[in-house]
Ligand binder design. Structure first.
Ligand code: TMP
Length: 254
């Protein structure tokens, strides 16, 4: 890993001080956790693939006018990002019933929803990321009503755009999680998309077979976990040259 000063280490990524003020380097690990860290493991090559997948999707979103923290990919496992204040909310979009939604409402996985549903969770490992409502967000000052409006309208555009992008690749975007941050530029503050978009925080199902191409394979002890991440990268046309054997060995660059 790099010699830069470490700012923060999360479950799947590490943030280092960036080369210029206002920037950070986001390093993608192969570590995987589920159920608030109760299940831990490694998905070989995941960091390399998520770095590419998130780069690709954030760049596409920025082309349609969604501001993001992404600047550029630096190497196999690292990308340069703008430093933001993360808003401590996870925004989950659901197009099809699955996961905790299916458990909570007793609706079988795969049932289509009458419309997309947005849920909010408070980012807190100690509290196990409790589900919250808008009232909590504004009352506790995690975001202002204006910021929340902006987050919601960006989230809906992101869902429409990504659903179409994946559909064209034969993939159903079942649900996903987003995080946003405040970007300070002079006297200006803007809300931008942050964190990552990858099979770690999306449910992606093959449109024909409903085969899971995401982290649920790890969460649920299914086989071919690595292959699922590779398949998403392959369909996006960004599987690193040389294939899996090449990138799994390359976990340190620079
Ligand atoms: P859930 O059904 O477990 O609530 O997950 C909904 C979506 O959010 C799913 O695509 C996985 C993603 N997610 C995260 O990215 N991080 C988390 O901590 C959780 C619980 C879910």
């Amino acid at each position: 890993m790099s010699r830069r000063r470490k700012i923060y280490e999360g479950k799947a990524k590490v943030l280092f001080e960036g080369p210029e003020p206002g920037t950070l380097v986001q390093y993608f690990k192969d570590d995987a956790t589920a159920f608030n860290n109760k299940k831990q493991g490694t998905i070989t090559g995941k960091g390399v693939l998520n770095n590419r997948i998130s780069e690709f999707l954030m760049a596409k979103l920025s082309e349609i006018g969604i501001p993001t923290h992404f600047v550029r990919r630096l190497n196999m496992r690292e990308q340069l990002i703008k430093k933001v204040d993360i808003i401590p909310i996870e925004i989950v979009v659901r197009n099809v019933a699955a996961g905790s939604f299916s458990d909570r409402f007793g609706i079988s996985e795969g049932s289509p929803l009458p419309r997309s549903i947005i849920e909010y969770y408070y980012k807190s490992d100690e509290l196990n990321d409790p589900m919250i409502i808008e009232e909590h967000i504004t009352a506790f000052g995690w975001a202002t009503p204006q910021e929340l409006d902006e987050i919601l309208s960006m989230t809906l555009r992101i869902n429409d755009f990504l659903s179409g992008l994946f559909l064209a690749l034969g993939i159903k975007l079942v649900d996903f999680k987003l995080e946003f941050g405040r970007l300070y530029e002079g006297d200006d503050v803007r809300i931008v998309l942050a964190d990552e978009i990858s099979p770690d925080n999306c449910r992606l199902w093959d449109i024909k077979t409903n085969e899971k191409l995401d982290k649920d394979r790890f969460r649920r002890d299914l086989d071919r976990v690595e292959e699922a991440y590779q398949e998403v990268a392959r369909r996006l046309g960004i599987l690193p040259e040389g294939g899996p054997r090449d990138f799994t060995r390359l976990d340190t660059v620079q």
